[in-house]
Design a protein around this ligand. Sequence first.
Ligand SMILES: [Zn+2]
Length: 395
Amino acid sequence: MATAHSHAFQRALRGRTQRRHTGADTFWSWRALMYRLAERLGPEDLFHIARFAYAELALSGVTAVGEFHYLHHDKNGVPYASRTELAEAVIRAAEEVGIRLCLIRTAYMRGGPDAPLAPAQRRFADPSVDRVLRDVEQLRADHNAAATISVGVAAHSVRAASIEAIRTLAAYAAEQDLPFHMHVCEQRRELEDCLAEHGVTPVALLAEHGVLSPRFVGVHATHLAGTEIAALGQAGAYVCLCRTTERDLGDGLPPVSDLMRAGARLCVGVDSHAGENPFEEIRAVEMDERSRLETRHTVAEAPVLLDAATRAGYAAIGMADRWQEDRVWLDRDDPSLAGIPPGLASDAILFGATPRAVRRVEVAGRVIVEDGRHAAWEVILEGYLKTMRGLDTGR
Ligand SMILES: [Zn+2]
């Protein structure tokens, strides 16, 4: 299984943002908490948190991750001596776990159309597209021989990059045959800001400027006009839904069946690591659509949904030719699967399996989970707990 959209460092927030702390808790108040974490992480902290998050994903049956990486510089926003140090921390984490990783180097250039960068955003930001692309080139050169690591390009959102920057990045991705990812239309405020700056909503803007294509992966795609749904479909673009995070953040319900009918392709992502259950991630796409439409059997049946969680996810992160190299074994006698006839296996897995059923995981010929255990779990857990204690006590 592939999770095409992840921010591994946000794993450290799980269970820590669920108490009411302001009068109106929204995506934006959650983001303030996330920024507080992002401001404090050093390269080793990031490594330990990412390694733990990827190990948990591997134990749950995930074999490939698209890491939408936008934490680039030191706590003052100054580039590290090696500009890609934080990207390298994430890559090292994935390599130690044995999971595939597409490092999606993300451009973040501004706080908003007229907004200065918030303190935490200084760590994300680069002054020019040229800088961003030089890092992409560096990462590609450093990992071009790696069996399980690849590189992609992203613009964080229409909020965090100008349309000129987005066009340049998308053109580079097309020229180099790399995946191009963006957050789109997650929150209504993003639509209002985009309307104020450009006179159109985000996907309409991207369509107008030729950014949509089969390599485009629009993450969330929650609040869309009919013409935007049609534009994503006509382009054959991917829509990456992250339902467990979107639910957690109160993002709203995306028009999934309309997107599918229009021709958009579907994949899923763990995003904020609010939960680490890839079965639930894809199951929720169908279940939440049932709630939205008040009917059953909405998006697709299990084989099509499983394809979105596996093959399509690999393709969305530029690993289309790799997905059949990796394998996950499930225990047919696990309580969540026992007694199901073989003809209904995909239905039982999609609608019933839990990560507990995952017994063995093999990536690029290496067995990384055996008997439901990761070989380095104790070390990984200890590193994570020590890091979290450090963050909690301010060291
Ligand atoms: Zn995201």
